[in-house]
Design a protein around this ligand. Structure first.
Ligand SMILES: *Cc1c(COP(=O)(O)O)cnc(C)c1O
Length: 458
């Protein structure tokens, strides 16, 4: 056993504290049992998200010193543009402050009154919010297997082409704004999409003359799974795979805070010139000039290096295997997790973890709070609290998957720390019968999971 060997050595460390039991109980109560409201000072291992939490390399830090902070035409923009053109193969690049900036812009470019339906493989919180804020809807067209945490389909993020075609026919082609495909579907447990499926989506959309926009945020990790699992790709480089993947889209939005190993940033990239021209107009209104889009020059420089480093096959192997190491330990302890193990974290199945807690008492939220109280490890609810209410009926939606995301930042924690995490979750599992659930006492209107407040049921 043991975790995968690291393809790097550590040059700088950051001290972390491990608060004692009394401090942890106090801290989570003060945070109203919402791990988003915890103070990071009170956390030993922070697995809330893999977003913006990666460790940068010496080369990326050096890049920060080469920031060209010109308002227009910064040299770092051209480096970024070149990096994206090479690694992903898109022609046009527009930087944004982070992924949701790009989502905002693509939604405004492509969604119109009456043309506001965006089918997608499951959903992502901010992606869905931008579509709904413009009066649209995001029907889920992922394969059924994705909703079953125990199904071991190798490409559980795939779009169900029949479902997609049914949505197009039922709603009418003219009402579809675009088809949106997420790589390594976050809400499904970090599950990849196959090349064959991307090709299929493209062909279907061509036959209905529909635009295809990727949420390419975790495309590098998705490319690794294609290399590992899909016939014909084991000898192809990650960059070649990425270039082929992106060739099936008209544009993509990208949160650089994940696979690109930087703390902030994002972009919109396109092959479609019309999308590019409209997006370039809007970015000036909402983000900044089209050669910085809300990012400092130095941040664009770090991103241009990070995109390349994040596609190094040895790094990706270490990355995916560290996540697998944690998942396999949990499986050995019989803790219920989503299978197969995805790219960026382990997803605990709260419905099987706490079969005695009703959905109305938020089992995933309860589990994330209990893990913190046990160990000072921070995780995140990804279930009914995240899903929110149906915008038409106002009722809570209880999705098939009620999960806790144990997300692993890139190049940050050691394999020994993964062992601590596995042991901690095991301890909560052993006393699961004593845990009764949470009551929601404050509910914000939009993206409620960020700021909702709860009380413990004793
Ligand atoms: C993080 C993320 C976003 C939003 O990006 P931000 O950089 O957080 O604004 C969009 N889609 C997916 C799949 C993400 O993981």
């Amino acid at each position: 056993m043991g975790g995968p060997v690291e393809p790097f050595k550590i040059k700088m460390v950051e001290r972390v504290k491990l608060p004692d039991q009394e401090q942890r109980t106090e801290a989570i109560k003060k945070a109203c049992y919402n791990t988003f409201l915890l103070n990071s000072e009170d956390i030993y291992i922070d697995l809330l998200t893999d977003s913006g939490t990666s460790a940068m390399s010496d080369n990326q830090w050096a890049g920060l010193m080469l920031g060209d902070e010109a308002y227009a035409g910064s040299r770092n923009f051209y480096n970024l543009e070149q990096s994206i053109q090479e690694v992903l193969g898109y022609r046009y690049v527009i930087p944004t402050h982070q992924g949701r900036g790009a989502e905002h812009i693509i939604s405004r470019v492509l969604i119109k009154p009456g043309k506001n339906i965006v089918p997608r493989n499951m959903y992502f919180t901010t992606s869905k919010a931008h579509v709904e804020l413009l009066g649209g809807e995001m029907p889920d067209v992922i394969i059924d297997q994705a909703h079953d945490p125990e199904n071991e389909h190798p490409f559980k993020g795939n779009i169900d082409l029949d479902k997609l075609e049914r949505v197009i026919k039922e709603k009418g082609t003219e009402r579809i704004a675009y088809v949106n495909v997420e790589m390594n579907v976050n809400m499904a447990g970090g599950q990849p999409v196959s090349m064959e499926n991307l090709r299929g989506v493209r062909e279907l959309c061509n036959s209905y003359n529909l635009k295809v926009v990727f949420d390419a945020t975790r495309s590098s990790e998705n490319a690794y799974f294609i290399k590992e699992r899909e016939k014909g790709y084991c000898d192809r480089s990650i960059k070649e795979i990425l270039n082929e993947m992106m060739s099936y889209s008209d544009a993509c939005i990208y949160s650089a805070k994940k696979d690109c190993l930087v703390n902030i940033g994002g972009f919109l990239a396109a092959n479609d010139k019309e999308i590019y021209k409209k997006a370039r107009n809007l970015v000036v209104v909402y983000e900044g000039l089209h050669t910085y889009g809300g990012m400092a020059g130095r941040d664009m420089e770090a991103l241009s290096h990070g995109l390349r480093e994040g596609t190094d096959a040895r790094y990706l192997e270490y990355r995916i295997k560290q996540v697998r190491y944690l998942g396999e330990m949990l499986m050995e302890y019989n803790v219920p997790i989503v299978k197969p193990i995805g790219s960026h974290g382990i997803f605990l199945d709260a419905l099987r973890f706490f079969p005695h807690i009703p959905r109305e008492l938020w089992p995933s939220q309860t589990l994330a709070a209990a893990i913190y109280e046990e160990s000072a490890v921070r995780t995140m609810e990804r279930g009914a609290v995240s899903k929110g209410r149906d915008p038409r009926t106002g009722k809570n939606i209880f999705p098939a998957l009620e999960l806790v995301r144990v997300t692993i930042p890139r190049r940050v924690y050691t394999n020994t720390q993964m062992e601590y995490v596995a042991e901690s979750i095991k301890k909560v599992y052993e006393k699961r019968d004593q845990i009764k659930g949470l009551r929601m006492v404050y509910e914000p209107k939009d993206l409620r999971f960020f700021q909702a407040e709860f009380e413990k049921i004793e």
